[in-house]
Design a protein around this ligand. Structure first.
Ligand code: GDP
Length: 602
C-alpha cells in the first residue's frame, strides 16, 4: 500500500487493497529503470508494479530494467503521468504548479479571469462590455461566436476571460480537479450591495485560494452607494486597499463602460504580483472549457492551454477520450497552427464529447494516447470516488490525506449560522481543525455539493434539507450530507469525528412486503418466485427475508428482479414481479417476502 499524498484528494485504503487515486502527478523517469527502483519512485511495492505490467501484457521481474515508454503506460494507474523525455520539463500537475519547471524556460503568461457575483449584478454585461471594447486584434465588430472563453488586450497586456460567469461553473471546474482561474472578479452592484450569492461566491473563491478583484458595478445609477459596498466587503474580510487592506476594487459601470479600463488595469497589477508563468516549450496541457457537437465539423472542444504549446496534429488525451487535432481556431474563429499558455482555442478532432473541467494533455503519438486511455479506463472501472465522512475524517486527517475537517453548513435561519460558526470555532485545537468552507441559510443546493467535492468537505443540514437534484448529485459524488436539528448533537458528532470515535449506527427497516404467488424453475436448480407487492417496495439492493407463517426461512440478497420480462430497479405496491434470492430455491406459494434495508440513523 502506498501513502502518497497529493492535494488532499487521495484515498488511502486501510486494507492494502487497490487504492483510489484521482490526481495525476508528473513523474520524471530515466530512459531505463529497474522495476524495483520504479516502485520506489512511485512509492508503491514492486509487486504492485509487476501486477500492473501484467495487466498491460508485459512480464517483468523485480530486477528487470524497463524502458521509459513502457513506464508511461502503467504510471497513470499509480496516479502519475510520465514526463516525456524530449520535453524534459514538468508540464505541471492538475493544479498547475510551476515550482518544478526549469526557471530558464518560464515566461510570463496572461491571467485567466472568471467573473462571479449575485444574479443581476451585471456579470454578463461586464463580460460583453470588456469583450466589445478590447478585441485583441483591434478590429472590433467582427462576428465572434461564444466559445466559453476569450482574450482581450488592454494597454499591451493580454487577459483571458472565462465566459461562464458564476461560482457554480467556477467550482464545477475545481470539483473535476482543474484549477483554471488565476483571478476572480467579484461583481457587486452598488445599488444592491452584498447579497446571498455574493457571499456564496466569496466563500467559493476563498476555498479555491484565488485572489479577488472587486468590481463595484452600476455606479451610474442614482441609488448607487459604493461606500456601503465597501463596508459590507470589510464585514466579509475583504478589506479594500483605500481602507488599508489588500483587496483591489474598482468602481465601474458595465453599462456605460466607465471605470472598465481601470478594472482591467487592476487585473494586470494583480497578475503581475502573482507572477503567472508557464513553459511554452513543454508538451501542452490544459483544461476543457466546453465542448459541443457540430453536424458538419464533429466535436468542437474549447480548451484553455495552461502550459506548453498546443499544435495542429498533436495527439491528446482528455479523461478516457483521445484525439488528434485536425484544426484549431482562436476565440474569433481564425484558423491557427499553434497556441501558447493561457490561450483559449477551439479544436476539432476529439473522439467523443469531452467534459468541461477535464484536463487535456498532449502525448507523444497515437499509440501512447491509446495506451493512456486504456489504462485510465481500467483505472476508472476500479474507482468510485467519495469524499470524507464524519466517520472516516479522523483517519484521513491522521494519514495526512486531508488537513482538517472541512464543513459546509446550511441552516434554516440566519441566526443559526452565527451560532454554529461560533460553536464550531471553539472546537479547534492544536491538532485538529474545523474549517467552515461555507455557511449560509437556505436549502442544500447543487452548488453546495460542488463546493463539497472541490474542497473535500462534508455537508451539514441544520434544519435544512437538500434540493432533490442536490441529493442525487451528492449520492453520485459520494458527498456526505448529515442532518441535525439540535446544535449540541452536531457539536458532539463533530467532536467525536475529530477524535476518531464516531461510529455509524445502522437500523434495519422493512421497506416492503410481498406474497409469493407462483414458482418457476430456471435451469435445473434455480427458482424464480413470482410475487405481488402488498406494501412498500422491493429494490435491487434490498435484503430479502423469506417467511413461511411465522418462521423465517432465509435471508439473502437479490440476484434478479424483474417486472414482466424487464430487469427493473424496483417493484412497488400493487405490482407483480419475479425475483431470485441468492442461494435460496425452495419457495412455496403463500410465502411472505420482506424487503429489508439497513438505514443509518446517526
Ligand atoms: P448577471 O445576472 O450578473 O449576468 O447580470 P446582467 O449582466 O444580466 O445584468 C442585469 C441587469 O442589470 C441588466 O438589465 C443590465 O442591463 C443591468 N446592468 C448591468 N450592469 C449595469 C450598470 O453598470 N449600470 C446599470 N444601470 N445597469 C446595469
Amino acid at each position: 500500500m502506498t501513502n502518497r499524498i497529493d492535494n488532499g484528494t487521495q484515498q488511502v485504503s486501510d486494507n492494502g487493497a487497490e487504492e483510489e487515486i484521482y490526481d495525476i502527478e508528473p513523474l520524471e523517469v530515466p530512459a531505463a529503470i529497474s522495476v524495483h527502483d520504479l516502485a520506489d519512485l512511485m512509492m508503491t511495492t514492486p509487486v504492485e508494479v509487476i501486477k500492473e505490467f501484467m495487466r498491460t501484457g508485459h512480464m517483468y521481474s523485480i530486477n528487470d530494467v524497463v524502458q521509459h515508454d513502457v513506464v508511461s503506460v502503467i504510471a497513470p494507474a499509480f496516479g502519475f503521468e510520465v514526463l516525456s523525455q524530449e520535453a524534459a520539463t514538468r508540464p505541471g500537475s492538475i493544479v498547475l504548479s510551476m515550482d518544478e519547471e526549469d526557471p530558464s524556460q518560464l515566461v510570463a503568461r496572461p491571467p485567466v479571469v472568471t467573473i462571479l457575483g449575485h444574479v443581476d449584478h451585471g456579470k454578463t454585461t461586464l463580460l460583453d462590455t470588456i469583450r466589445k471594447s478590447n478585441v485583441v486584434s483591434g478590429e472590433a465588430g467582427g462576428i465572434t461566436q461564444h466559445i466559453g472563453a476569450y482574450q482581450v488586450k488592454s494597454n499591451g497586456h493580454v487577459i483571458t476571460f472565462l465566459d461562464t460567469p458564476g461560482h457554480a461553473a467556477f467550482t464545477a471546474m475545481r470539483a473535476r480537479g482543474a484549477q483554471v482561474t488565476d483571478i476572480a472578479i467579484l461583481v457587486v452592484a452598488a445599488d444592491d450591495g452584498i447579497m446571498p450569492q455574493t457571499e456564496e461566491a466569496i466563500d467559493h473563491v476563498k476555498a479555491a485560494g484565488v485572489p479577488i478583484v472587486v468590481a463595484i458595478n452600476k455606479v451610474d445609477r442614482p441609488d448607487a452607494d459604493t461606500e456601503r459596498v465597501k463596508r459590507q466587503l470589510a464585514e466579509h474580510d475583504l478589506l479594500i486597499e483605500e481602507w488599508g487592506g489588500n483587496v483591489i476594487s474598482a468602481s465601474v459601470s458595465a453599462l456605460t463602460g466607465e471605470g472598465v479600463p481601470e478594472l482591467l488595469e487592476s487585473i494586470i497589477i494583480v497578475s503581475e504580483v502573482e507572477e503567472l508563468k508557464a513553459n511554452p516549450h513543454a508538451l501542452a496541457k490544459g483544461v476543457v472549457v466546453e465542448a459541443r457537437r457540430d453536424k458538419s465539423r464533429g466535436t468542437e472542444t474549447t480548451m484553455l492551454v495552461q502550459n506548453g504549446t498546443l499544435k495542429v496534429g498533436d495527439n491528446l488525451v482528455i479523461g478516457t477520450l483521445r484525439g488528434r487535432i485536425r484544426a484549431m481556431f482562436t476565440d474569433r474563429g481564425e484558423a491557427i497552427e499553434s497556441a501558447g499558455p493561457s490561450q483559449p482555442v477551439v479544436i476539432l478532432g476529439m473522439t467523443g464529447l469531452p467534459e468541461a473541467g477535464h484536463i487535456f494533455q498532449v502525448v507523444a503519438d497515437e499509440r501512447e494516447a491509446r495506451q493512456v486511455v486504456e489504462s485510465r479506463q481500467r483505472q476508472a472501472d476500479m474507482q468510485k470516488s467519495s469524499g470524507p465522512t464524519l466517520e472516516d475524517v479522523h483517519t484521513r486527517i491522521e494519514s495526512g490525506e486531508i488537513k482538517g475537517l472541512n464543513l459546509i453548513v446550511k441552516t434554516d435561519v440566519q441566526g443559526s449560522v452565527e451560532a454554529i460558526k461560533g460553536a464550531l470555532n471553539n472546537l479547534n485545537t492544536d491538532r485538529t481543525r474545523v474549517n467552515l468552507v461555507h455557511a449560509a441559510s437556505g436549502s442544500i443546493t447543487e452548488s453546495d455539493i460542488l463546493l463539497a467535492v472541490a474542497s473535500q468537505a462534508i455537508v451539514i443540514g441544520f434544519n435544512s434539507t437538500p434540493e432533490q437534484a442536490a441529493q442525487a448529485f451528492a449520492n453520485q459524488e459520494g458527498v456526505e450530507i448529515r442532518h441535525y436539528s439540535i446544535i449540541y448533537n452536531l457539536l458532539d458528532d463533530v467532536e467525536l469525528a475529530l477524535t476518531g470515535l464516531l461510529e455509524p449506527v445502522y437500523q434495519d427497516v422493512v421497506e416492503g412486503r410481498a406474497t409469493v404467488r407462483a414458482i418457476f424453475k430456471v435451469g435445473r436448480r434455480q427458482e424464480v418466485a413470482g410475487f405481488y407487492v402488498n406494501e412498500g417496495r422491493f429494490a435491487r439492493d434490498s435484503k430479502v427475508h423469506v417467511l413461511r407463517g411465522r418462521e423465517q426461512l432465509y435471508v439473502g440478497t437479490l440476484t434478479s428482479l424483474k417486472h414482466f420480462k424487464d430487469d427493473v430497479r424496483e417493484v412497488a405496491t400493487g405490482l407483480e414481479g419475479g425475483l431470485m434470492v441468492d442461494g435460496f430455491n425452495s419457495f412455496e406459494e403463500g410465502d411472505t417476502l420482506e424487503a429489508h434495508r439497513s438505514v443509518r440513523v446517526s
